[in-house]
Unconditional design. Structure first.
Lengths: 963, 317
């Protein structure tokens, strides 16, 4: 039996004909400096080939429904198994995706609630037994012949709608009679009700005269009625009017004896908020509703209405538009000017604009510049205000039940979310919230922390009849929960939205799902699972990887984390350098072998031959700081935090301890709101001081710098424009009448029209993967022949784009503006990138460093920016981290402030100031545990970070002493 | 054909119906039979077939390739050499049809001349009886619908007469409007009638129908006769608009703002009122200065960035 995976002749991206043999059923770490080709080997070769072969084994019919994959550039790969990749991608922003839906635990819990949930009477909360329509029918047939029974469904109005709307909906569903507060009413009549009072409304579903042969119609009618009543039906004997004993017996034990309500059988889908059968009708299962926030409507109060003070998508102010006529008419009638800055308008006028005229009539006036609409002049109208107008539109949109990304985007600009007024965020219908197990409904169960949920499941008691099903479900849920807890996610709850999870959290959730699947013989490829993990949680992650291996799987991890590398059975190091300097296997084997291998850069760092040094002297405090008081965003516990400025500050703490809530949720958003856009709302806090010391706030994250192959480092940083100008200024270009735009591959003129400047042509083939071929006209150069004939220092524009950053520094040495910007890229370790490197193939770490280079390239004196970086060491080797720290320190040395959220102890130890949150994640976190220099934090016994930092600093001291 | 012949025809039809009922009496899946239309000697003259609704138990429909997707299945049967046009309708669908309010439910005048002729489900009889009374809101909506048709036809007729001078086509439009007025009159009286509505309406208001129907039909078509008929219809509309256009006026009053036509149409989406009915009514009300016509922006496609304008109306309550 084959015991290795054999890769021969891998040439994907920068790999240089790599031959490597990876042992199966082991934990294998692929490491190397950033850009060396680790991902090219693990993902673009191994994973891609495994997946391609799996898909190739499918029938032609099945292939039509799945995307086809390109064959990686490799001679052969032997010994592959079905392969699963678990990357760091955050889950999409779909508000319906939660931890529960991601892990499938919600599906199981829905089944559990449908199987053993107890429904309750909505009026007196008495527990109701569950009956199927057939059981109800049989019970009905126990009544004496000739008895007439009226079946009613309790119905409720939707929040924000009136009773008339409810009655219309009942009629649309095919029911005309109802009992309102117990009295029979015809919904075809006008019914006046006090909207502020709560009325009991029961739609009359059917009435049956008990007799032979009615079984089938009773069952169908009850099924329809249960839909209307959301699983509840009322049974009322209407003939004889005074029921005898025989009749009275009917109610005993049949449901709520007082309110005569019976609960129908429940199905799992009725507990999903993604199905109308289970979703709260007001929020359609989102758990939130939206309302207009007046601050969002006016992004810049310094502007007048005519200058576009209002968000243009919400209020049109062109003189020929409906909105423009309204605003002008209001201004004429109430005597204010549309040219007055919004902030200087009288409060009375602001109120009229936002909340309406309170029913007062006014005449339509036509703006002087209007070309159309003159026929409306002098007509009377009323104005409800922009806020009411938008909220009305929002309700109409929600009522339509359709989803429109453009509309959602627009609404998000001017509205803020709040808990749904009907379900309070529970997402479920009232009737579903009445179903409980152990006194908790499904929403309450979903709110519990995973660790508590395990305890809850341990104490629920199914009846002997339910036990067979319930036990299986509980076992399945408990196993999955235990895995999530074991992987350090005990602080999460099932209701937590996926969009709010970090990349690391979503990766770990997916990892736990894989372990939960119990499969063996699989090949798992993981991308830096240590990201986002505090050193104390990293141990758990390594244990999980080992568990996955011990189940009989091969686990290949692309990783730089020291502990993970030390735990690996086999290590493959790709290098020696990045890009064109990499692409070779420089070392492989066990840790022991690597430590002794002088070719291995990783080995040198692990053995301590090379280290990232602790600075001899920390920067002293400048006295300038940002003070946040009463921070309560997410789990923050009313924190008072002082963030020193003009220093290198590290924010540390366990996953979920509140680092991002503090830095992104409050610090960044508040500064952005104060400096740029008042519409950005910061997280919950009481006081924020010190912003006067800050000129700008810049978030340098790992998101891609562009989503199209037309974007590259040169276009992103901006020196491409200068290069094009250089070409346009050559004599050859001038002679041909070329301008700078001729040298752009994005517009017609100089680009190759065969491939429209892409350099490649993609042909779509049915049943076969798309074929991408180099453009036969320009041969991949992206430009037409005339443009390519123009040369600058003997190179045409395509050849310049093909230069590596390293070569670019030399090539543009006499062009200081361009050279300075390229040099920064080189200093950040990106010398291997080509100037025209498509941004789509940049890794997250590379994209972050390109952004950082962009910032470093435009440093100006006298500015005091706050740079925020979230785990900038992601994807960085020890050697790269050193370079990154140099750049960050350069920013601080130039008078800026750098705030870094980080778990990497090599970064933390070099910081000037550390703010440690914790002690744990979720509800157990949110406290300020320690702050001060790394040495001060290391001395704090309550701090987990301090403990690990102390060990590291000790090791360093011992090593220095030894030396 | 004589009166005696009509009587014989009625007997033949009734025999056919009885024979069918006898056949289905033992079929436990057929719950009830409703006779559609009258078999009176007054109306039998035009009948060529017998119309029935056959109510079947739920979940037992026999569907054939020619039946399409509708839950209501059309069958042609024959008894006593009389063809029977039967709609076989599941019980729950039937209940929804007669009790609900939607574009697929019946408008109230459809209940005219329908009676249960056979039933083994007492509950069907019970709620069919209740449903056979006209609901106030349904009556109001029917009035609104027929009034908008009247408005529409009258406006066209007046243009034919006054702009083109086309007496023949103007007269035809006026006769159409007169039929709508007849329906309106019948509904207004709280009555339901399926056929020969114009005769019933003439009994209710002979003077009005003399002017708007009989004079237009019988007299030589001249400008004066037609103009008088149009004025009479206008007068009728004007006299009753508050009642006949009540659902629309009540909605606009409740909104208390300028309401775009598309929004108004959405509000009435589950009735048999279509946007052009509402437009006709709003335009007429605007001419009478009851409403003010404005305009509102409208997106033609869900991705459109540019806006066109649609009519919007305001009622100063």
């Amino acid at each position: 039996m084959r015991t290795t995976i054999q890769i021969h002749g891998a040439r994907e991206n920068n790999l240089r004909n790599v031959d490597v043999e990876i042992p199966r059923d082991k934990l294998v770490v692929v490491t190397g400096v950033s850009g060396s080709g680790k991902s090219s080997l693990a993902f673009d070769t191994l994973y891609a080939e495994g997946q391609r072969r799996l898909l190739a084994s499918m029938s032609t019919f099945a292939k039509r429904f799945v995307g086809q994959l390109k064959k990686p550039d490799v001679d052969f790969v032997n010994g592959l198994s079905p392969v699963v990749s678990i990357d760091q991608k955050t889950v999409g922003s779909n508000p319906r995706s939660t931890v529960g839906t991601m892990t499938d635990i919600s599906d199981y819990l829905r089944m559990l609630f449908a199987t053993m949930g107890t429904s309750h009477c909505p009026l007196c909360r008495e527990a109701l037994a569950i009956r199927t329509p057939h059981q109800m029918m049989e019970h009905l047939l126990s009544l004496p012949r000739g008895t007439e029974v009226e079946v009613r469904a309790p119905v409720y109005k939707i929040h924000g709608e009136d009773y008339e709307y409810l009655f219309e909906q009942i009629r649309v569903n095919g029911y005309r009679r109802a009992r309102i507060d117990g009295k029979p009413r015809d919904l075809g009549d006008h019914i006046e009700l006090d909207e502020d009072e709560v009325h009991t409304v029961e739609a009359v579903v059917d009435s049956f005269v008990i007799g032979p042969g009615i079984e089938q119609q009773v069952v169908t009618s009850l099924e329809h009625g249960l839909k209307l009543g959301d699983g509840l039906l009322g049974f009322h004997i209407v003939k004889p009017k005074s029921p005898g004993r025989e009749h009275q017996k009917f109610y005993d034990g049949f449901g709520c004896a007082k309110h005569r309500l019976v609960a129908g059988e429940m199905q799992a889908f009725q507990f999903t908020f993604n199905d109308p059968a289970g979703a709260c009708p007001t929020c359609a299962g989102l758990g939130t509703a939206m309302r207009v926030h007046p601050a969002l409507l006016v992004p810049d109060p310094k502007r007048s209405i005519n200058e576009g003070a209002f968000v243009s998508a919400a209020v049109g102010n062109s003189p020929d538009s409906w909105g423009g006529r309204q605003l002008y008419s209001l201004a004429v009638h109430y005597g204010f000017s549309l040219d007055t800055p919004f902030q200087d308008l009288a409060e009375k006028h602001v109120q009229i604009l936002l909340h309406g005229t309170g029913g007062e009539l006014f005449e339509v006036a036509i703006p002087p510049k209007a070309k159309i609409g003159h026929q409306h002049a002098g007509k009377k109208m009323k104005y409800a205000g922009i806020v009411n107008h938008l909220e009305h539109h929002y309700r109409q949109y929600r009522k339509q039940g359709t989803s429109n990304a453009g509309m959602d985007e627009y609404l998000k600009k001017v509205m803020v979310e709040y808990d749904c007024p009907e379900c309070g965020g529970a997402r479920l219908k009232r009737a579903r919230r009445l179903v409980t197990i152990g006194d908790r409904n499904l929403y309450e169960v979903g709110e519990m922390h995973l660790a508590d949920l395990i305890d809850y499941l341990g104490v629920i008691e199914p009846t002997p009849k339910q036990r067979a099903i319930a036990d299986t479900i509980v076992r399945e849920v408990a196993t999955r929960l235990e895995l999530l807890v074991a992987i350090g996610l005990d602080y999460l709850s099932l209701n937590r939205r996926s969009a709010t999870l970090s990349g690391g959290e979503s990766q770990r959730i997916r990892l736990s799902s894989q372990i939960g699947s119990g499969l063996m013989g699989m090949l798992y490829v993981l991308d830096e699972p240590s990201i986002g993990l505090h050193p104390k949680d990293n141990v758990k992650m390594i244990e999980t990887l080992e568990r996955l291996r011990d189940l009989g799987n091969t686990v290949i991890v692309v990783e730089h984390d020291e502990d993970t590398i030390r735990a690996a059975d086999h290590i493959v190091e790709i290098g020696p350098g990045p890009g064109v300097h990499g692409g070779k296997v420089v070392a492989e084997g066990s840790l022991k072998k690597l430590l002794k291998d002088d070719n291995s850069l990783t080995g040198q760092y692990l053995s301590g031959k090379k280290t990232i040094d602790v600075p001899r002297k920390r920067r002293p405090a400048t006295g300038k700081s940002i003070l946040i008081r009463g921070a309560r965003q997410n789990n923050l516990k009313n924190l008072r935090v002082e963030i020193p400025l003009e220093q290198f500050v590290c924010i540390t703490g366990a996953s979920g301890s509140g680092k991002s809530s503090l830095i992104h949720g409050i610090l960044q958003k508040r500064l952005y709101s104060l400096l740029h856009d008042s519409r950005v709302l910061a997280g919950d806090h009481d006081e924020f001081t010190g912003s006067e010391h800050v000129s700008d706030v810049i978030d340098i994250d790992q998101s891609p710098i562009g989503r199209s192959s037309r974007s590259n480092p040169a276009t992103y940083i901006g020196f491409y424009d200068a290069i094009r100008t250089l070409f346009a200024e050559t004599d050859a270009a001038k002679k041909c009448g070329f301008t700078a735009s001729t040298f752009s591959f994005n517009v017609k003129g100089g680009r190759c029209e065969e491939c429209t400047g892409e350099g490649t042509i993609t042909t779509q083939l049915s049943f076969m993967p798309d074929v991408e071929v180099v453009c036969p006209t320009c041969k991949g150069a992206r430009y037409n022949q005339e443009t390519l004939e123009v040369k600058y220092q003997d190179k045409n524009i395509a050849e310049v784009l093909d230069l590596s950053v390293e070569d670019g520094v030399e090539f543009f040495a006499n062009q200081p503006t361009i050279a300075r910007k390229i040099a920064v890229l080189n200093e950040l370790g990106l010398g291997y990138l080509k100037l025209g490197h498509p941004s789509t193939i940049l890794s997250g770490g590379e994209a972050q460093r390109v952004k950082l280079a962009g910032e470093l390239g435009k440093l100006k004196r006298g500015k005091h920016n706050v740079y925020i970086l979230d785990e900038p060491t992601t994807g960085l080797h020890f050697a790269d981290i050193g370079r990154l720290l140099e750049s960050l320190n350069r920013l601080v040395d130039n008078g800026h402030s750098v705030v870094v959220i980080e778990h990497n102890l090599d970064v933390i130890k070099t910081a000037d100031y550390v703010i440690d949150l914790g002690p744990e994640g979720g509800h157990k976190g949110g406290h300020l545990i320690a702050c001060g220099t790394p040495e001060e934090v290391a001395a704090c016994k309550a701090s987990h970070t301090g403990k690990f930092l102390a060990e590291l600093l000790d090791k360093k001291r011992r090593r220095s002493a030894g030396a | 054909m004589t009166r005696d012949d009509d009587g014989a025809k009625v007997t033949r039809f009734e025999t056919a119906m009885k024979q069918l009922i006898d056949r289905i009496a033992d079929d436990r899946y057929v719950l009830a039979v409703v006779q559609v239309g009258s078999l009176s000697p007054e109306t039998i003259w035009h009948r060529e077939s017998l119309g029935l609704w056959i109510i079947e138990a739920d979940g037992v429909s026999r569907r054939m390739p020619s039946d399409g997707n509708s839950e209501r299945i059309f069958r042609i049967l024959v008894e006593n050499d009389i063809n029977i046009h039967a709609e076989v309708i599941p019980r729950s669908r039937f209940k929804q049809m007669v009790e609900g309010a939607s574009r697929t439910a019946f408008s109230c005048n459809f209940f005219a001349e329908r009676r249960i002729v056979y039933s083994k489900d007492a509950s069907i009889e019970s709620w069919f009886k209740k449903a056979n009374s006209v609901a106030t809101k349904d009556q109001e909506r029917e009035l609104l619908t027929f009034s908008t048709w009247t408005i529409h036809a009258t406006r066209h007729a007046r243009k034919r007469l006054e702009i083109k001078g086309d007496l023949e086509l103007a007269a035809q439009e006026i006769l159409g409007a007169a039929h709508s007025v007849a329906h309106t009159e019948i509904i207004r009286q709280g009555r339901v009638w399926e056929q020969d509505v114009i005769y019933r309406a003439m009994e209710i208001d002979p003077a009005l129908f003399q002017t708007i129907y009989l004079d237009v039909l019988a007299k030589r078509k001249n400008r004066r006769v037609l103009a008088t008929a149009l004025d009479a219809i206008d007068g009728y509309l004007e006299a009753h608009y508050k009642a006949h256009l009540k659902p629309l006026l009540a909605y606009l009053k409740k909104q208390n703002r300028v309401v775009p036509l598309s929004e108004m149409s959405d509000h009435f989406a589950f009735s048999q009122l279509h946007p052009w009915h509402l437009e006709s009514a709003c335009e007429w009300l605007e001419q009478k200065s009851v409403l003010q016509k404005h305009s509102a922006p409208f997106k033609l496609t869900k991705r459109s960035l540019e806006r066109v304008e649609e009519p919007a109306y305001f009622l100063d309550g």
